[in-house]
Design a protein around this ligand. Structure first.
Ligand code: MN
Length: 335
């Protein structure tokens, strides 16, 4: 990340009342990025109001908070969103560049300008109010937490140990425990660990006993899976009532090259897609781009992991996604 980018970002925020938010059902990366950014900015700019707002935390994040508090009982997580946000000058949105994933409270004045800090595919949606020149969107990072870490690193800012645990936890979970990471990801983790933190202690915090409803979703999802073979590639399509993203990942673990799982809830539906990293690299498959290309729904994500939310035409959109995936795989010519 260019130093001038960081400076422009911080210079703009100086002296303003800030609100930091993340996507709905905040995962660890969104949650931690928001917390650490707030902590850094509060120390970097003194006498400035910096607020946080979370619409909802994911179940995993909630479980993590419980374990984290056993280790650091004095750590102050933000509790309720009871502040008055009427005097906010600028909103920083972390871990998303898609306004539809952000549930802003009705208390908030929506005319407030906003800036994205994110590592997902830059949708370049030209949202009105977005100061695009200040966005810190870098698709080559495996987590937003690493972008925050690099921002902080420039200023010789020493983070307290609990915040270091938070950052490593976010980086590990978002990089799929380094499976989707790169050399930079490992350097970032090493940089935080230094000699102070024992890696195994962090892993303990991230252990999670799978609950029974998730196990049942995986099993049912597998039972319902339709197999499509394209040359030597295997695509699996299934549906469940919840845990769609996790079931799509299960399909990959079982042996599919691409897993697509949809969930329906009242009039809305969600399609979760996952692909093996080496399949994406070999064939140029980019699920985020394919799902983003569906015109009457809201999709996006990374090459190997993407989501689409829609209300109409589930079947048609599903077919279009599968056709696009097939076309990419068929067009691939082995060397
Ligand atoms: Mn993330």
């Amino acid at each position: 990340m260019l130093n001038s980018k960081k400076e422009d970002f911080l210079n703009y925020l100086k002296g303003k009342n800030l609100l930091i938010v993340t996507h709905d059902s905040a995962d660890l990366d969104g949650f931690v990025s928001a917390l650490v950014l707030k902590f850094f900015l509060e120390n970097f700019f003194t006498n400035q109001n910096i607020f946080l707002m979370f619409s909802k935390l994911s179940k995993y994040t909630k479980n993590f908070v419980v374990k984290f508090l056993q280790k650091f009982p004095d750590f102050n997580f933000p509790s309720k969103n009871d502040e008055n946000f009427s005097n906010i000058d600028v909103i920083v949105i972390v871990d998303s560049n898609n306004l539809e994933q952000i549930k802003l409270s009705s208390m908030l004045n929506l005319d407030v300008p906003f800036i994205f800090v994110d590592h997902h595919l830059d949708l370049k949606k030209n949202h009105e109010g977005n100061i695009t020149s200040l966005n810190l969107i870098f698709e080559n990072y495996s987590s937003t937490a690493e972008i925050i870490l690099e921002l902080i690193d420039n200023y010789n800012f020493d983070l307290p140990i609990p915040y270091k645990y938070l950052l490593i936890s976010a980086i590990l979970t978002d990089s799929g425990f380094l499976k989707y990471g790169n050399t930079e990801t490992i350097k970032h983790i090493l940089n935080i660990l230094e000699d102070e933190i024992e890696f195994q202690d962090v892993l303990l915090l991230l252990e999670n006993e799978t609950d029974i409803s998730k196990k049942i979703a995986s099993i049912k999802g597998l039972q319902r899976t339709k197999l499509i073979r394209v040359d030597s590639w295997l695509i699996g399509i299934s549906h469940v009532s919840s845990f769609g993203a996790s079931v799509a990942s299960t399909l990959i673990k079982v042996g599919f090259d691409v897993g697509i799982v949809y969930t329906k809830e009242k009039s809305k539906y969600r399609i979760s897609a996952r692909a093996k990293k080496n399949v994406c690299l070999k064939t140029g498959l980019h699920l985020g781009k394919i799902l983003n290309g569906i015109s009457n729904a809201d999709g996006g994500g990374h090459d190997g992991a993407a989501t689409l939310n829609g209300e109409n035409d589930l079947e048609r959109n599903l077919n279009e996604i599968v056709d696009n995936i097939k076309r990419t795989l068929i067009n691939y010519q082995p060397l």
